[in-house]
Design a protein around this ligand. Structure first.
Ligand SMILES: *Cc1c(COP(=O)(O)O)cnc(C)c1O
Length: 315
């Protein structure tokens, strides 16, 4: 697979504050697979195959970027995907899951109470007994095996560009953990938490880093840029994201990449970065999420780059 490109972004605020800003376009890794979810799956799927598992089972919400990426990656690698989905069967017709079904993912819907047990050892054992051939990947793909895949972003960047700061959105912490580990204190890594009360995230990252977590001391998760919580934002936030996209040509979605951009603009205003700083942004993809948002009337397809729907299937 080719390296995803790095582009410099031209924006009046960057001139004003005397910084240079670049973006690693992991949204362009592949026309379908979303950046960081693909990175996290790479060595999970490889391990499954090494163990001789033909099935991959994982968990997600009905609009999940991870489920979408898993379905496609499994199709591509001739693995059978099983998606354990939070919510009711009616969701199977939504944007994300109709693509997942199109790529032959088997969907199993569970209620919200049962879904809370997704990381519970007894519940996992029960699923493993039911699917004895399956390799089970946690929600979002965030486990130890996710780290080397994400780490390849750093390896690529080392060949592509020089920078002082690396910014990434943070959901579960798997992506930033992989960046931190491979980067090994070369750069200052800033995570922008996209959810409320993210104070626990640093511990999650340390747990993923495991023994030696203390050696990594050039990263930080900023918890003040969530804009109301996961998937939430104000009309003026959406306005600023769209304006940024128009000015720069970078496609955004409001759950992850859009929040990272607003955090960057706010940090510049707060004089967080010294003049002359070189800032690298990681575009983690996730544009498929716009499909479900448009479908629910949360955004307008006139404003946002909503992707194409799955062809209808009769199975
Ligand atoms: C899941 C996701 C993230 C967050 O990654 P974590 O590893 O969960 O922190 C960021 N951006 C996009 C587009 C995602 O889908």
């Amino acid at each position: 697979m080719n390296l995803s490109p790095v582009n410099q972004i031209v924006h009046p605020d960057f001139n004003k504050y005397g910084v240079e800003v670049f973006i690693k376009r992991d949204d362009l890794i592949h026309p379908i697979i979303s950046g960081n979810k693909w990175r996290k799956l790479k060595y999970n799927l490889r391990s499954a195959q090494e163990l001789g598992c033909q099935q991959i089972l994982s968990f997600g919400g009905a609009f999940s970027n991870h489920i979408h990426a898993l379905a496609f990656a499994c199709k591509q690698q001739n693995l059978q995907a099983i998606g354990v989905i939070r919510g009711e069967e009616q969701y199977q017709h939504n944007f994300t899951l109709s693509w997942a079904k199109y790529w032959h993912m088997e969907l199993r819907f569970i209620d919200r109470i049962t879904y809370k047990k997704r990381n519970n050892a007894d519940y996992i054992a029960q699923l493993q007994a039911e699917f004895p051939e399956a390799f089970i990947v946690p929600e979002g793909g965030s486990n130890q095996l996710a780290l080397p895949g994400v780490g390849e972003v750093i390896t690529e960047l080392n060949e592509q560009s020089e920078y002082d700061y690396l910014l990434t959105p943070v959901g579960s912490g798997g992506t930033i953990a992989g960046l931190i580990k491979t980067d090994n204190n070369q750069h200052k890594i800033l995570g922008i938490a996209v959810l409320k009360q993210g104070d626990y995230l640093a511990n999650e990252v340390n747990a993923l880093l495991g023994d030696g977590a203390d050696n990594y001391n050039k990263w930080q998760i900023l918890n003040q840029f969530h804009r109301g919580g996961y998937g939430k934002y104000k009309p003026e936030d959406a306005e600023r994201m769209l304006q940024f996209s128009q000015t720069t040509g970078i496609p955004l979605e409001p759950v992850y990449s859009g929040k990272m951009i607003l955090a960057l603009l706010d940090l510049l205003e707060q004089d967080y970065f010294k003049a002359g700083a070189k800032i690298m942004l990681l575009h983690t993809g996730g544009l498929q999420g716009l499909g479900g948002m448009a479908e629910r009337g949360l955004i307008s397809a006139d404003d946002w780059p909503v992707p194409e729907q799955a062809p209808s299937i009769s199975r």
